[in-house]
Write a protein that binds this ligand. Sequence first.
Ligand SMILES: NC(=O)C1=CN([C@@H]2O[C@H](COP(=O)(O)OP(=O)(O)OC[C@H]3O[C@@H](n4cnc5c(N)ncnc54)[C@H](O)[C@@H]3O)[C@@H](O)[C@H]2O)C=CC1
Ligand SMILES: CC(C)CC(=O)C(=O)O
Ligand SMILES: [Mg+2]
Length: 350
Amino acid sequence: MSLSVCILPGDGIGPEVTASAVRVLQQVCENAGTSLETASQPFGGAAIDTTGEPLPPATLEACKAADGVLLGAVGGPQYDAAARAGAPRPEQGLLALRQEMGLFANLRPSRLFPTLEGASPLREKIVRGTDILVVRELTGGLYFGDRREGDEEALDTLPYSRAEIERVAWTAFEAARGRRGKLCSVDKANVLASSRLWRKVIDDVSADFPEVEVKHVLVDAMAMHLVTRPSSFDVVVTENLFGDILSDELSAVVGSIGLAPSASLGAPDTPGVFEPIHGSAPDIAGTGKANPIGTILSAAMLLRFAAGMEDAAKSIEDAVETVLREGLRPFDLGGTAGTEDVTAAILKAL
Ligand SMILES: NC(=O)C1=CN([C@@H]2O[C@H](COP(=O)(O)OP(=O)(O)OC[C@H]3O[C@@H](n4cnc5c(N)ncnc54)[C@H](O)[C@@H]3O)[C@@H](O)[C@H]2O)C=CC1
Ligand SMILES: CC(C)CC(=O)C(=O)O
Ligand SMILES: [Mg+2]
């Protein structure tokens, strides 16, 4: 078997964490007898520097032609001044990639590794057993609505169609059916029209999933519930911006943002994009302190979703769990293990 992966290192710590994950991919593919082909493409700020645009056409073509895409992160303060003068932002490349590839569902799992109970900022008895899958709608809502930007007035809009809500709802209901059978839909239906449509469509789709228990929760209260009773949730489905914010919050609940992976998926024949949920972390870029685990676990999701290599994916997840259980602690978990230390330990555990 062979697997082709397009690598988009991007900016800041992106190249550091993707390099680690590629080494892990190489090792598990070798263990599995799979021939792995990887090729890096310019993306984000790095692509603006060389081509003037954050998503060059050749990069998009390479992504579409691969079995899966492994992405680091984009952005950095060095692009702000040019963007104010009208240049594209690195983040626009990421939004365009998601839209061009039709990646409407972003799966962001937050499972507490039992050995990290003490690493959560929350009391152990509150966080114990937390295992949530956030299904974030990724190509609609506030990030893709009409936008107008001026010095005196600015406007962002939050549009959703029934079809856009329906397809992500199906992803979430199917996930809940395969897990603990509970779905929490998060919206702001007491204020937003788009949220009232969201709620209606979730209820309509629920008729096809009688075995899934559905609850609707307003997003402000949800932000609070996630720190007071995170272990009571199973699958959470929500709008693009709400999902972006709540999943960063959850990553800290189970330890740190550096641990959190994601899979962005579209139609079955479309390659997915797999990336940590964090950004380019300019404050630690180049220091060797970045935690590569979120990207390494994203590579595991790539093997699972893009190649059906469940055993290989599981071997990565087990190796991560092993090194943490043995006491390895990256900087973002209060330890002293740098990117190289974490990568070497995971490779050894594999
Ligand atoms: N998917 C992407 O490419 C994303 C890009 N961004 C961009 O990244 C840039 C920085 O944004 P921030 O708000 O600072 O968010 P960020 O996620 O890059 O960093 C937030 C904090 O978490 C820490 N952190 C993040 N990842 C870490 C890791 N792997 N190991 C250890 N510590 C880690 C950082 O050092 C920082 O203190 C901005 O330009 C932003 O637009 C932000 C979020 C997602
Ligand atoms: C456009 C991105 C920077 C949005 C984001 O923060 C994310 O997808 O996690
Ligand atoms: Mg984010």
